[in-house]
Every structure is written in structure tokens, then in C-alpha cells.
Design a protein around this ligand. Structure first.
Ligand code: AHR
Length: 500
């Protein structure tokens, strides 16, 4: 029995909605086919965007969408993606399958997609192969309302009003596909390029995100911070609003043997979860490092790529990173999103890789068919946390293990919204056993509890022939004395409880 106590009177950081953000790259069938089919497609669309996908994403309240990459961003020249479609330059997507990219999805289309989703915008600029001028002009094109060469060009392309750019990433994985740079060199480039990411007086200023480390590259983080802010001088946050972190859960031994997405042993299941829990160590250490350089907490930790990464589905293009998604992925998502909530004092945004048809996707498409993945349903269960305040929640620690991998049995977090509603999200990681969870709320009395649950065998998945195999169901719990209920959570399950 793992007893949970929610301390409703012990509130801490705000859970920024952006923590549940998405990432969509020009990679495989994510943008093309998965989101954008063009206005002439037989697949129902609004201005070229698939209706089914947009509706599904709106239902989970996507708060922000990172675009155009990923590795693609450092080869992307934004001017190739504006103007009449037929005249747009074609290019080779060298990172992802060597396909011809026709640039039919460009800045205007991205902004239209964000409009339809009602989400914030997060653009990653080309630091690897672009110039400061190119980066600067892109920002001018998107955000300047006055008369200027770029604003006039935007108008000639049919858009009078500027758009709101909420976040701007200065390069992507500059330690890898973005240029294989050393951290001090990147820090200098960040300072230089970042200077020309100007604010043209839009409603809210652009928040600049520096390229942070891969997984546990502490040195990268330290060097970039040290070169961009001086401890004690309180200038952290002047240079940057956030610094990124990328961490993927790869269960296999190495990148050539990542493991199968839906055929795996119980041992591999627990190994995957153990690797997902490494996020906790990363967040812990990076928070400490950030506290050293930025004690006032101005710089956000932006986990703008995370998720599971397996071998591609047999028979699919290796450069397309298409993988199935099971209840194992749902547990990984729940562990990770709970961790982001718990570290929300510093984690201000996170973007799962990727939204459609790539890596740990929300939805998969096949022609006009679309299926929601178990991970999608986890985002649906967690959406009530968006904008809430983290509550102190305690639980007696218990572990499950197999072979060398020992993982916490339960992952959880809770928050309270402005109206006083409490949301508790819990995952039972055991592959085989139910767990009885008594939940007590201290510091406030509630009237009612409503539960929803996602459960299945670790390898259960949704397919185009069986799209509802894994889906959210109502989950009843009796509230006793306004402060107590007991949940019997089946093996491998994720639940959310709303207490009013
Ligand atoms: O998400 C797939 C790729 O993973 C991204 O393009 C890159 O940034 C990372 O290595």
C-alpha cells in the first residue's frame, strides 16, 4: 500500500502550460502527411491542415509547438519557405532520409497551424549554416508591424499583421547535428546571433532559448552559462530566457540496437522505465547548476526534446523514425510529465518528440486514417495541471524491479488551479500487480472526486484496425469525509483524479 498525502495548503511553483508542449519537425511523415496535406487533398483539411489531427491536438490543449527542427532547423533557410508555393525552392532534407523538401510548409503555414491549435509559437533558428542577418530578418519578417524591408515582404506575401513569436531557439543541438561545436564557441555564437534576435515591440517580448546540453553533459551547461552570465552580477536572464536540455529514453544497449517499440520482455519494460527515471537525476543536477549561475531563477530549463526512441517499424524508412507506441510509452510519459511538474520551479517548457508519426507521437496516420496513441491519452489526463500550482504531495516510497533495474512503483504529482480544484496524476508502473492507493487530502475539504484511467498490458497499443484498444475510461472512487479516497489501480496504468 502506497499512501499518498496531498498537502493542499503547501503550494509552490506554477506549472507552466508549456511543460506539455509539442515538437514537430520536417522529418518523415510528421509535417507532411501527418499534419499538412495541402488544400487540394482529399483528406479533410482547413487551409491544408488535417482536420482530424488538429481536432485531436486541440482536445489535449497543446500549449506550444516547436518548429521546424531539430536537426532540420540548422539547414533550414526560411526564405525558401515563403511566397507562392509553386515557386518555392526545393532542397534535400539531408538529415532525414535525403528526401526532396518542397518547402510548401513554411512560416505562414506554421503560423496558421498554431492559430488553428490556439497554441504559442516556438521557432528554432538556423545557427549552424545560416547567418546572423538571416536569423535577424526572419524575426523582423514575423514580428515587425511597421514599414521595413521584411515587414513589407510579409505583406506582399499576403499577411498584413505581424505574428506573435513567443520563443526563439538560437540553434539546435549545436554540440551535434547543429555544427559539432565546443561549448565556449557556441556560447560566443549564441551571444552574437542572439543579439540580432530583436524585439520589434510585439505584445510580449520574444523569449530567447540557448542550446543546452545533451543528457548528462554537465560541462556544456556550465560553460554556456559561465560565458553568458556572471555569478553574483545578477545578469542571468539578460542574455537568455531559457536553456534547453535534450534527453531521449533509449532502452537498448546503443543507438544501433535501440530495441523494438512494441515487442519487448518484462525486463526491457523495466529497463525502459529506469532510463526514463534518469530524467530525475538530470533535472536535479541541472537545477543545482542553474541555481549557481542564476540564483534568482530567471533562466528556465527548457526540455525541448524528450521521449522514447526505438528502432523504426520494420519495413519503414530508417530516416523517418516511425515507431509504434504502447502502454510502456504511456508510463514513460506519465513518469516524465510528473517529474516536470515536480521541477516546475525551473522547468518552464518541455516539448515531446514528436507530435505526429515520429518517435513518441501523439497520433499516427495512415492515409486518411488516424489513431491516438497511449501517450496521447496521458497528455489528455495531465492537461488539467496546465497553469496550476504545484502542491506538496508525499508518498511512502516502494519499488518494483526486474533484473538490475529497480524503479519506483508509483509516480505522481498534484496541483491546484485558480478555482481551488485539485488534480492528482498517478502511474502504477508494475507490469503485473494492482496497487491499492489510499489518498488523503490535508489542508482542505473536498466535495467530490472524479477519476479517469488508462490501463492495459505493457505492450498494448492502438492500431488502425483496433484504434480504441487503449483508451481512457471513467474510474470511480468514493470520497470519505471530504478528504479521503482509495484507488485500486490495475497494473501498468495511469490515472488522473480531480477533487473539487
Ligand atoms: O527528434 C529527432 C532528432 O533528435 C532531432 O532532429 C534532433 O534535434 C535530435 O537529435
Amino acid at each position: 500500500m502506497t499512501k499518498i498525502t496531498i498537502h493542499a495548503d503547501r503550494r509552490s511553483s506554477r506549472i507552466e502550460p508549456e511543460i506539455q508542449g509539442q515538437f514537430a519537425e520536417h522529418l518523415g511523415r510528421c509535417i507532411y502527411e501527418g499534419i499538412y496535406v495541402g488544400e487540394d487533398s482529399d483528406i479533410p483539411n482547413v487551409n491544408g491542415m488535417r482536420k482530424d489531427v488538429v481536432e485531436a491536438l486541440k482536445a489535449i490543449r497543446v500549449p506550444v509547438l516547436r518548429w521546424p527542427g531539430g536537426c532540420f532547423a540548422d539547414e533550414y533557410h526560411w526564405m525558401d519557405g515563403i511566397g507562392p508555393c509553386a515557386e518555392r525552392k526545393r532542397m534535400i532534407n539531408t538529415n532525414w532520409g535525403g528526401l526532396v523538401e518542397d518547402n510548401s510548409f513554411g512560416t505562414h503555414e506554421y503560423m496558421e497551424l498554431c492559430r488553428q491549435l490556439g497554441c504559442r509559437t516556438y521557432i528554432t533558428g538556423n545557427l549552424g549554416s545560416g547567418t546572423p542577418r538571416e536569423m535577424s530578418e526572419w524575426v523582423e519578417y514575423m514580428t515587425f508591424s511597421g514599414e521595413s524591408p521584411m515587414a513589407d515582404l510579409r505583406r506582399r506575401n499576403g499577411r498584413d499583421e505581424p505574428w506573435q513569436v513567443d520563443y526563439f531557439g538560437v540553434g539546435n543541438e549545436s554540440w551535434g547535428c547543429g555544427g559539432f561545436m565546443r561549448p565556449s564557441y557556441y556560447a560566443d555564437l549564441y551571444r552574437r546571433y542572439g543579439t540580432f534576435v530583436r524585439d520589434y515591440g510585439q505584445r510580449k517580448r520574444i523569449r530567447k532559448i540557448a542550446c543546452g546540453p545533451n543528457a548528462d553533459d554537465w560541462q556544456w551547461m556550465r560553460t554556456v552559462l559561465a560565458d553568458c552570465c556572471t555569478p553574483g552580477k545578477r545578469d542571468a536572464g539578460r542574455m537568455m530566457d531559457g536553456i534547453s536540455l535534450h534527453y531521449y529514453t533509449v532502452p537498448g544497449e546503443d543507438w544501433d540496437h535501440k530495441g523494438d517499440a512494441s515487442v519487448f520482455t518484462t525486463e526491457e519494460y523495466y529497463r525502459t522505465l529506469a532510463k526514463a527515471w534518469r530524467m530525475e537525476t538530470l533535472l536535479d543536477k541541472y537545477c543545482d547548476i542553474l541555481d549557481e549561475y542564476d540564483p534568482e531563477g530567471r533562466i528556465g530549463l527548457i526540455v525541448d526534446e524528450w521521449g522514447t526512441w526505438y528502432d523504426v517499424e520494420p519495413g519503414t524508412n530508417p530516416g523517418f523514425l516511425y515507431q509504434q507506441n504502447t502502454m510502456r510509452d504511456a508510463i514513460v510519459a506519465a513518469i516524465t510529465l510528473n517529474l516536470f511538474n515536480l521541477y516546475s520551479r525551473r522547468v518552464r517548457m518541455a516539448n515531446i518528440a514528436q507530435t505526429v508519426n515520429v518517435l513518441q507521437a501523439m497520433v499516427l496516420t495512415d492515409g486518411e486514417r488516424m489513431v491516438k496513441t497511449p501517450t496521447y491519452h496521458v497528455f489528455d489526463l495531465f492537461k488539467e495541471h496546465q497553469g496550476g500550482v504545484l502542491l506538496d504531495t508525499t508518498a511512502e516510497p516502494e519499488f518494483v524491479s526486474s533484473g538490475e533495474d529497480k524503479v519506483p512503483l508509483v509516480s505522481l504529482s498534484s496541483s491546484m488551479d485558480e478555482s481551488g480544484r485539485i488534480c492528482l496524476t498517478v502511474a502504477n508502473a508494475s507490469a503485473s500487480d494492482s496497487v491499492t492507493i489510499p489518498v488523503e487530502v490535508s489542508g482542505r475539504s473536498c466535495r467530490v472526486v472524479r477519476g479517469r484511467i488508462l490501463a492495459g498490458a505493457p505492450d498494448d497499443k492502438n492500431t488502425f484496425d483496433d484504434p480504441e484498444k487503449v483508451t481512457v475510461r471513467d474510474f470511480f472512487a468514493d470520497l470519505v469525509d471530504g478528504s479521503y479516497f482509495c484507488a485500486e489501480m490495475p497494473p501498468c496504468s495511469v490515472a488522473s483524479f480531480i477533487l473539487e
